[in-house]
Design a protein around this ligand. Structure first.
Ligand SMILES: Cc1cc2nc3c(=O)[nH]c(=O)nc-3n(C[C@H](O)[C@H](O)[C@H](O)COP(=O)(O)O)c2cc1C
Length: 489
């Protein structure tokens, strides 16, 4: 979490005046000392008492306007218990202090988002124009990194910690909907980072530049984050119908508004994840990539399937190569079907991407990062796999609590994860190595009882594993995995 003093001082910095024709930091500081503020100017011929009363009245008037600034949708009454007190305080302070500049901020957002870029003349507050110069902004060297994909539900903090121990370099939060974050909903629980996550991003989903920009700004000011990612790949109908996720791929001018708006407030890198396109017959990613590069996006990840395709076919790494070439100076990561170090080597050399993102491969075998880094197959035993689950449970207790509710939340997320984990086939019993991600074996007996239990696709067996770690399930326990039509009651 950002230190509250830091947030406050950055807010105060927003009241400095400057000459808008100059954009350099030192100029701003110089002008801030020399130029009188508007308020002092207006009050300069009045007695100190009258001037003071005037400025207080002005502040009261401005305070009324404040109420909707920045967190337009922020309603304190619905800030859930998931939002840490520290964050609530920071949101409140932002609400109270920043509102003085509501009008200017809003007009700024509109300007930034529309073509051509704004030309400022004369004096305005420095927060309108003084952003960090590109060379001053934080940079991340993404080259050759292994990126654990954002994964709704299953890519929770306890799981990401496991992947970090096995060598994932970059991690990302589950997708958070920008408007829900601004409303202080439970989405805030998704934004938490563990200290082991040394390159950590937050993925945002939205279809309008204003909430996306405000949300990016709020997250940067209140959360501990290294980059922010725009979700342009989510295929879910509900999201798509709202013009969010993958739908943004078909609306490049709207996407441009969002990217430029977010870039204008961010000091951390802005990344974006997308698919090949919306329909199978029309690839779009290669046409968007040069635009994204020009708008200042720092990294694009291409999942080599269209929205229409979902997981029915293999990812198209030939097309990812085309996207990688289109990126030129901007790094492009490839994503789709990486399930062994051989896959990683093959896809990387075929496509020339800067790095790889792994999703289901990490859910089915989180040690895949070690396999890729050490260029080997790991014939992991069932007891070693049980230790990983035990570690997850401990991480879960730390994250969700170890009271009854914490235990049951941990169980639910463990079960969600087990709905992927059972697909792992031990290297030692494979006829040929490596297993491919789309290969599903018939029911088989493994090398010991636990290994056989872990291979079961029966939801009742996942419950048994959860009971070995967490004790018996409560009466009337029901479990319906989010990502699979498979239920237990
Ligand atoms: C359970 C699950 C949840 C996912 N959630 C997200 C998400 O929140 N954001 C996102 O951009 N992609 C999400 N994806 C897509 C993956 O990040 C990835 O692009 C896709 O699974 C292809 O990679 P893979 O072949 O390595 O699995 C999700 C995928 C799965 C299986």
């Amino acid at each position: 979490m950002a230190d509250s003093a830091e947030i406050e001082s950055s807010l105060q910095a927003g009241t400095t005046k400057c000459d808008t024709t100059s954009n350099g930091r030192s100029d701003v500081e110089k002008i801030a000392v020399e130029a009188p503020t508007e308020e002092t100017d207006l009050n300069k011929d009045l007695s100190p008492e009258t001037a003071n009363a005037n400025s207080q009245n002005e502040r009261k008037g401005e305070a009324k306007i404040k109420a909707q600034y920045l967190l337009v949708d922020y309603k304190p009454s619905i800030v859930s218990e998931y939002v840490p007190q520290e964050t609530k305080d920071a949101m409140k302070r932002l609400l109270e202090q920043n509102d003085l500049h509501k009008g200017k901020q809003e007009s700024k957002l509109t300007e930034v988002a529309s073509e051509p870029p704004p030309q400022h003349i004369g004096c305005v507050t420095d927060e309108d124009v003084i952003t960090l110069r590109p060379e001053e902004k934080k940079k991340i060297n993404f080259s050759d990194k292994l990126y654990l994909a954002p994964l709704t539900t299953v890519g929770n903090l306890p799981f990401r910690r496991i992947c970090k121990t096995f060598g994932a370099d970059v991690t990302c939060s589950e997708m958070a909907v920008a408007t829900s974050v601004l409303q202080g909903k439970s989405e805030w629980a998704l934004l938490k980072r563990h200290k082991s996550e040394d390159i950590f991003g937050i993925q945002l989903c939205g279809s309008h530049f204003e909430p996306m920009t405000r949300c990016a700004q709020l997250i940067q000011e209140t959360c501990d984050v290294d980059f922010i990612d725009i979700n342009c790949g989510c295929p879910i109908e509900l999201i798509f119908q709202k013009g969010e996720g993958c739908a943004l791929m078909g609306r490049s001018s709207r996407l441009g508004q969002i990217v430029r708006g977010m870039k204008s407030v961010l000091e951390v890198p802005l990344t974006l994840k997308m698919r090949t396109g919306i329909s199978d017959s029309k690839n779009l990613a290669h046409t968007l990539i040069p635009k994204l590069r020009n708008w200042g996006v720092d990294l694009v990840t291409v999942h080599g399937r269209s929205r229409e395709q979902r997981y029915t076919k293999l990812a198209d790494w030939d097309y990812i190569r085309r996207c990688s070439l289109a990126g030129t100076t901007m790094p492009v990561f490839g994503n789709g079907d990486v399930y062994s170090f051989e896959d990683a080597n093959h896809f990387k050399s075929l496509s020339g991407v800067s790095g790889l993102m792994v999703a289901r491969g990490a859910l089915i075998k989180p040690w895949i990062f070690t396999e890729i880094k050490e260029q080997r197959h790991w014939d992991i035993s069932s007891s070693e796999r049980m230790d990983i689950l035990r570690q997850f449970v401990n991480n879960g207790f730390e994250h969700w609590g170890s009271d009854h509710q914490g235990v049951e939340t941990t169980r639910r997320f463990l079960l969600e994860w087990l709905s992927f984990l059972h697909r792992y086939i031990p290297v030692g019993i494979l006829e040929r190595v490596p297993q491919k991600i789309n290969e599903r074996p018939p029911y088989y007996f493994a090398r010991d009882e636990l290994e056989t239990l872990m291979a079961s696709s029966n939801c009742g067996d996942w419950i048994k594993i959860s009971e070995m770690l967490l004790g018996p399930v409560p009466d009337n326990f029901v479990f319906l995995p989010k990502h699979k039509a498979n239920a237990y009651k």
